[in-house]
Design a protein around this ligand. Structure first.
Ligand SMILES: [Ca+2]
Ligand SMILES: [Ca+2]
Length: 363
């Protein structure tokens, strides 16, 4: 690790888990017949808005009982969703810039956090952070020089004053030449603001998984059953030893231009890897266990509030799809069933989003 970039000791990160230190918890991490079950399929999909694809309504298997699954992915259960459109790619820097230019919107990372905001999500008795920490900034991935304890994510997530969507790796970095890369360093609130401006919304967790699995809801990956490897690189994830050695045999050390890898069965790009994608729902670790004997769940919108016993002081919104930092040695959360919760006011250099839209009522 280049110590000059480390602004905050690891112990401080453990004390203030929100936007300053909030890396903690981030990485603990058509019309096929089967989809028409119980619902008349669209004979013809509604004309899609530009850049979007139709996801037909119907039932699918949400979650998985695979040995690869993390506990929050179990058990597999049946879910039914109505049809919807979804962006065929992650929202890009150019698209986000159009939103900012049109509205003057200022993202979470471009505003200094308040002491009250920080302390509201920390354990009782946590001392307030020093004033010099109360500046705009965000979290940037920095590969450590050697192998480190994988339980200590502050070894590779560095609080970086000045990092934002315009400078994803901090001062001196730029998105020039990266118009077609996914926007990063956006909070859940930023994603919601963009979606409203675009007359869209964030997907529910169920909609996102339905779209990611497409016609392959019994298979472990968005592309099928063959595991990724140094020779099989169907998505922008991590090759080599995480987090110290990224061989990037897929061609990209960080984000890739959207649509650089083959689409899934519904024509959607980067549903595995590149950047994590915010969903609308609160994250509840044991949500699927509560659904286990409830039969088919229809249009679930997630729990009323987040719940993760390992992170009791921070609200958490769902993130899906994994990122360029995922590999099997660490988390394998590029799989379409995999789930994660992130603090809604926290952007990082590997989290972005895409939007969905429902057809007019009566279609
Ligand atoms: Ca990669
Ligand atoms: Ca993605």
């Amino acid at each position: 690790m280049k110590a000059t970039l480390v602004k905050t000791p690891a112990r401080v990160f453990r004390s203030w888990p929100r936007r300053l230190a909030l890396a903690i918890g981030l990485l603990s991490l058509g019309l096929a017949a089967g989809y028409a079950a119980g619902r008349k399929p669209w004979v013809a999909a509604p004309a899609a808005p530009p850049g979007m694809r139709w996801v037909p309504g119907g039932e699918f298997t949400m979650g998985t009982d695979s040995p690869q699954a993390w506990p929050d992915e179990r058990p597999a259960h049946r879910v039914k969703v109505d049809g919807f459109w979804i962006d065929d790619h992650e929202v890009t820097n150019a698209e986000f810039r159009a939103f900012v230019d049109a509205t003057g919107y200022v993202t979470t990372a471009e505003k200094a956090p308040s002491v009250e905001e920080i302390l509201s999500q920390t354990p009782p008795g946590t001392p307030p952070p020093p004033p010099e920490m109360m500046v705009p900034g965000s979290l940037v991935f920095k590969s450590p020089a050697g192998q480190v304890d994988l339980r200590d994510i502050s070894q590779w997530w560095i609080w970086t004053p000045g990092a934002s969507w315009r400078a994803p790796e901090g001062p001196g970095s730029t998105i020039d030449g990266r118009d077609d890369h996914p926007v990063v360093q956006v909070s859940w609130d930023d994603a919601v603001a963009y979606a409203r401006w675009a007359d869209k919304r964030l997907p529910t967790e169920a909609e996102w998984e339905r779209a990611a699995k497409g016609t392959r809801d019994k298979e472990p990956y968005t592309w099928g059953s063959e595991p990724p490897s140094d020779k099989n690189t169907p998505a922008n994830i991590w090759q080599g030893q995480f987090p110290s050695r990224n061989t990037a045999t897929d061609g990209f050390e960080r984000t890739s231009p959207v649509k650089s890898f083959p689409p899934n069965s519904l024509g959607l790009y980067d549903m595995a890897g590149n950047v994590w994608e915010w969903c609308a729902d609160w994250y509840e670790r044991d949500l699927y266990a509560r659904r286990a004997s409830a039969g088919t769940i229809v249009n679930p919108a997630g729990p009323a509030h987040s719940d993760d016993p390992s992170r009791p002081y921070s609200p958490l919104r769902v993130q899906r799809g994994g990122s360029f930092l995922c590999n099997d040695d660490y988390c394998s959360r590029y799989r379409p069933s995999a789930r994660h919760g992130g603090s809604p006011d926290t952007g990082t250099s590997h989290v972005g989003f895409r939007c969905v839209k429902s057809p007019p009522a009566g279609r």
